[in-house]
Every structure is written in structure tokens, then in C-alpha cells.
Design a protein around this ligand. Structure first.
Ligand SMILES: [Zn+2]
Ligand SMILES: [Zn+2]
Length: 96
């Protein structure tokens, strides 16, 4: 099942997403997978799960998601260069 972009907010509230998010956070060992910072979970400015691509929304593969600290996450969305850099980083590191 993949989700159309219009269904994104709803998907973020679904149990499927909660389970996938928990899996990626476990993979990350509670630190930023890009810079290694450990800001903590579920706190303001804490770790966030970022989509490196929305292509497989609803059926994300390992390289489609990366756990980032607030700083890295801000950069990811501020700069399209950083966005694609994170995409190739995640694919290299996590894709089978
Ligand atoms: Zn970071
Ligand atoms: Zn993001």
C-alpha cells in the first residue's frame, strides 16, 4: 500500500507509521544517524524521523527513512542539496 501525498497527515497518525517509526528509532540506537548527536527522544528539539524520499510512502524501505537531530532535520528541509545528500547517505548505509 502506498499513500498519496494528500494522505500524509493521516498516515502520520496511523498505527502503521507508529510501528515503522519505532523500528527506525531502534535502528538508530537513539542517536542522529547523520551526525551522531544524542538529543533524546520525544523531547523538544529531539530526534525526528525524516523521509529521504516520499516515493514509497506507506511502504517505506530502509533507505527511505533516516533518524535526524533537529539541526540536521532543519538542514534537510532548508537545502535541496542537503536533502539529496541525505538520500544518498541513507541509501548507501541502509539499502540492502
Ligand atoms: Zn544530526
Ligand atoms: Zn524531514
Amino acid at each position: 500500500m502506498t499513500i498519496p501525498p494528500s494522505g500524509y497527515a493521516e498516515y502520520m497518525r496511523s498505527p502503521e507509521w507508529a510501528a515503522r517509526r519505532a523500528g527506525v528509532l531502534a535502528r538508530a540506537g537513539n542517536c542522529c544517524e547523520f551526525c551522531g548527536a544524542e538529543p533524546g527522544l520525544d523531547v523538544a528539539g529531539g530526534l525526528q524521523v525524516h523521509h529521504t524520499s516520499y516515493e514509497n510512502l506507506g511502504a517505506e524501505r530502509l533507505g527511505d527513512l533516516i533518524v535526524l537531530c533537529a539541526d540536521c532535520h532543519g538542514d534537510a528541509h532548508d537545502s535541496s542539496r542537503r536533502f539529496s545528500q541525505l538520500r544518498s547517505f541513507a541509501l548507501r548505509r541502509f539499502a540492502p
